[in-house]
Design a protein around this ligand. Structure first.
Ligand SMILES: Cc1cc2nc3c(=O)[nH]c(=O)nc-3n(C[C@H](O)[C@H](O)[C@H](O)COP(=O)(O)O)c2cc1C
Length: 479
């Protein structure tokens, strides 16, 4: 007998399950045949099992987040005052069991249903309840509580908290946190069906959906109040699974690079010839900015040192604007020590010094006039920032360079990796104006052991892969 057949028989058999779920017995037989229950029936099965002594987890084995250290994922659970408040205790247990970092806030109404003491003892951590607590304000104030978590789960979410959030009301700790947060907010509503279908709740729900707030939809069926309809709190395990799926789908790596300092150079440099003329290149800064943004999202302290660009700055710890290669090297050196250096800037290789064949002095502080003397330019090599830092005694643990090539991409990139003493080269083929200024990139990640060719994809997505690769390099470095 397979797993699902066993479960159906524990639940009373095919006929009983079909009758209780109001479906055809043939559907249940089919589940047994394929040894799988469709996802949209899990909730109903959980409920059927809740009155029986069945270890349901054996049949729906707990999903685990993929490749994610759950102890680094911060969840804030807000418990509101509804008939289902007690079910949030099971949610706490599930998060604790999977090692998530969990904080809990309770509304005043929630405390009429369950006590902060109970929550504190389950979570082995202070449960926050008061916006105006002198003690909490100094240690963990409402802004910190709002900014810390990766996900804020409101479960159960009352009609009241939904209305407050939709309308920007912040009159207690829970609603103030929700308003002051950048985190992903996920609401699991539970209420009487008439409240759920009330036009006010419908409008608030639509408003919040439009703002990117995620809902775990309430279930339909008999309610604790004796009525039936939509508004039942989904089973805690289902809510937990939705959060896990969200984490997996969004590959939430917040805090992966916590306490890691990263310097990123980006954009072109501009080397003046005179006050109005210069030599530069076509770099837009987009790839470096995307990397800065991705690593910031993953918790790194990113200092972005950028040449002149025409795109908005990403959200990161610090942005320093420079013009020339010399300035860029100066600023990078000033920002050291750091754990990682990523040189994505297209530093101009030369500065051009105007000369005349008659050796006449040229005043480069003023616009150079057309003269009868033939003008030519001496190319003076700029400093090689990547190689200078990689070979200095301030060398970060990991040094990464970019290699923009128009031919022999991998060969040239590999020789840079070795000659410049760096840990990773991101090589891209910039021939035929394929990359500069565009939103797409096709790169090859080359380290001493591997050459990983990525498909053509958005620069955002390339940044994502690079962040993953850096994480691997860091892990190897720390081993
Ligand atoms: C016994 C009882 C059960 C309640 N159950 C719910 C409920 O399931 N959902 C809901 O939205 N409100 C429910 N309420 C009403 C809320 O408790 C009330 O709107 C309160 O202001 C919510 O506060 P909060 O959102 O700050 O937690 C219930 C009230 C009582 C007295």
């Amino acid at each position: 007998m397979n797993n699902i057949s066993q479960l159906i028989s524990l639940l009373g058999g095919t006929g009983v399950v079909a009758e209780k779920l109001k479906i055809q017995p043939s559907a249940v037989s089919n589940w047994k045949k394929v040894n799988k229950i469709p996802n949209n029936k899990h909730q109903a099965i959980y409920e059927l099992s809740s009155n029986l002594d069945i270890n349901i987890e054996k049949f729906f084995p707990e999903k685990k987040p993929i490749n994610i250290d759950t102890s680094k994922v911060k969840i804030l659970l807000i418990i509101c005052g509804g008939i289902a408040s007690y079910k949030s205790l099971e949610i706490i247990r599930l998060f604790k069991k999977s090692n998530f970092e969990l904080d809990v806030v309770m509304t005043e109404s929630a405390q009429k249903f369950i006590t902060p003491l109970l929550v504190t003892s389950l979570n082995e951590k202070k449960c926050y309840t008061d916006l105006f607590s002198v003690e909490d304000e100094t240690k963990m104030n409402h802004i910190k509580l709002a900014r810390n978590p990766d996900i804020i789960l409101v479960a159960p979410a009352t009609a009241n908290i939904i209305a407050k959030l939709a309308n920007g009301i912040a009159d207690d700790l829970a609603s103030s946190i929700l308003l002051a947060s950048f985190s992903k907010i996920i609401l699991a509503p539970s209420m009487n069906p008439v409240m759920w279908n009330n036009l006010a709740t419908r409008e608030n729900y639509e408003k919040l959906l439009d703002r990117g707030i995620k809902f775990i939809e309430p279930d339909t069926g008999d309610m604790a109040c004796g009525e039936s309809g939509t508004g039942r709190f989904p089973e805690p395990k289902l809510i937990f699974d939705v959060i896990l799926s969200y984490i997996n789908e969004n590959r939430l790596f917040v805090n992966q690079f916590k306490n890691i300092s990263i310097i990123i150079t980006a954009g072109p440099t501009i080397e003046d010839i005179d006050p109005i003329r210069f030599i530069s290149n076509k770099s837009s800064g987009k790839q470096g900015f995307e990397i800065a943004s991705e690593l910031t999202k993953r918790g790194a302290k990113v200092t972005l040192i950028t040449g002149p660009v025409n795109i908005p700055f990403p959200k990161c710890e610090k942005v320093i604007e420079v013009t020339t290669a010399d300035e860029m090297l100066d600023k990078v050196t000033q920002q050291l020590p750091a754990d990682i250096l990523i040189c994505s800037a297209a530093v101009a290789d030369w500065k051009l010094i105007p000369k005349t064949y008659s050796n006449k002095d040229i005043d480069i502080n003023n616009k150079i006039k057309k003269t009868s003397d033939n003008l030519f330019f001496e190319a003076l090599e700029n400093p090689d920032i990547l190689s200078t830092i990689a070979n200095s005694n301030l060398r970060p643990k990991i040094v990464i360079g970019f290699s923009a090539e128009t031919n022999s991409l991998k060969k040239n990139a590999y020789s840079k990796l070795i000659s410049k003493n760096v840990d990773l080269i991101i090589a891209n083929d910039v021939s035929n104006n394929r990359v500069f200024g565009k939103d797409f990139n096709k790169v090859c990640l080359i380290d001493k052991n591997n050459c990983e060719q990525l498909e053509k994809q958005t620069k955002k997505s390339v940044a994502f892969h690079i962040a993953d690769k850096i994480n691997d390099l860091l892990t190897n470095f720390n081993q």
